[in-house]
Design a protein around this ligand. Sequence first.
Ligand code: 5AD
Ligand code: SF4
Length: 470
Amino acid sequence: MKKPDMKEARKRQQKEIKYTKYKTKSNKFGNNKTYFVRTYGCQMNEHDSEKICGMLESVGFKKSEDIEKSDIVILNTCAIRENAHDKVFGFLGVLKHIKDTVNPNLIVGICGCMSQEEVVVNELIKKYKYVDFVCGTHNLDNLLTLIEQRIQTNNRQIEVLSYEGDVVEDIPVIRESKYSAWVDIIYGCDKFCTYCIVPYTRGKQRSRKKEDIIEEVKQLKESGFKEVTLLGQNVNAYGKDIYNDYNLANLLSDVADTGIKRVRFVTSHPWDFTEEMVDVIAKRENIMPYIHLPLQSGSNKVLKLMNRRYTKEDYLKLYNSIRKKVNNSSITTDIIVGFPGETEKDFNETLEIVEKCKFDGAFTFAFSPRENTPASLMKETVSEEEKMDRLHKLNEIVNKYSNIANKKLEGTIQKCLVTDVSEKDDNKVCGYTENMKLVNIKGPKSLIGKIVEVKIVEAKSFSLDGEYVK
Ligand code: 5AD
Ligand code: SF4
């Protein structure tokens, strides 16, 4: 049993990253068995779950919609905030009940960011004896071995590595969508924002080789995909660890050259976002004009405490440059309120910058201390009540501007990639505009998988209503 060690993880010894290929298993030990995967958290986790499904199905497991009848349930977890933890532990209670009552042979496994947290794994080992295996983020490619060993030996399997894993190519994937695909470009993060657990749970920054990424996009295009989203905790740092003169701007250009209809990327860090990147986004038609650009705070004092490495002036400069150069851009952001030391004045500075930027949307969070991060050692100065109050005030302004941004689109024609039947209305389909607005579209189901023109007839708070034009 290998346990995690946060101190080791922090050392980041200048270890060379090895590039390896996934080792396919020939033993079909999943034949006649079913699985269920539940995903928490970000897009990177969603894509990891596609890999988990891919690996399981490669040895014969079949997907099940019914947990009670499944042979194996995997929780792909998130550690970013306390409430993500709570959700997982809550669901573990449900699984225990299922094991105790209807399905005693159910195998329960934990993957994802929580499995890289020392405290969590220790708790799972001591108190959650019905969890059958834990597989860390750095050794996800070893998942099937852990499951096979658990089945063969009946012993719990815990494997969490505290050093960064290799970059493993060719892990099988079962993609959720047939039209829009996630493509990893960089793993881990070296920014060490003081509130963030990601540099510890996902490890050191490791870029995939450009040839592997471009080849993956070419294959996706050939198999009918219309859109790719390039993924990383900080995509703007792409290449810095392996190339001297090849960065995200070059990669975006090369990916655009494949001719795939739509190219997106998340998440951006303002620090690594160069004008060269803005220019490529502005110039290339198939790079979508949507940018998620986390601000986190509008106070220079708080930004410094957060170790964000930019000032609000730097942020505004970049923001304005994107707005100026990229046609019909939409920009969303992340903001944390109640960071240790954030005064009323600091918070008001955040409100001011939100008023200035008029974001298309924002994900807003109350600060939640994460184990072993620098901010967890800072003295909390904002009460929970005050955090909620600030969140509420901020959300009012955020919603005001997101409504205004949506309203502006009323009466316009937007190109949408239709991906599904609408969740709200069975007789409608839905899709996303180039600048990432969700549209419920009056039109036939045969539109699914196509990029079509849609007239926006009404803006709602979180979506648009539209009619198919051509
Ligand atoms: N507390 C609150 N919000 C956090 N985020 C990351 N860590 C924390 C934390 N400890 C937010 C940031 C980040 C988003 C994904 O989650 O805004 O951009
Ligand atoms: Fe966390 Fe900062 Fe890295 Fe984003 S850039 S993953 S917030 S450390």
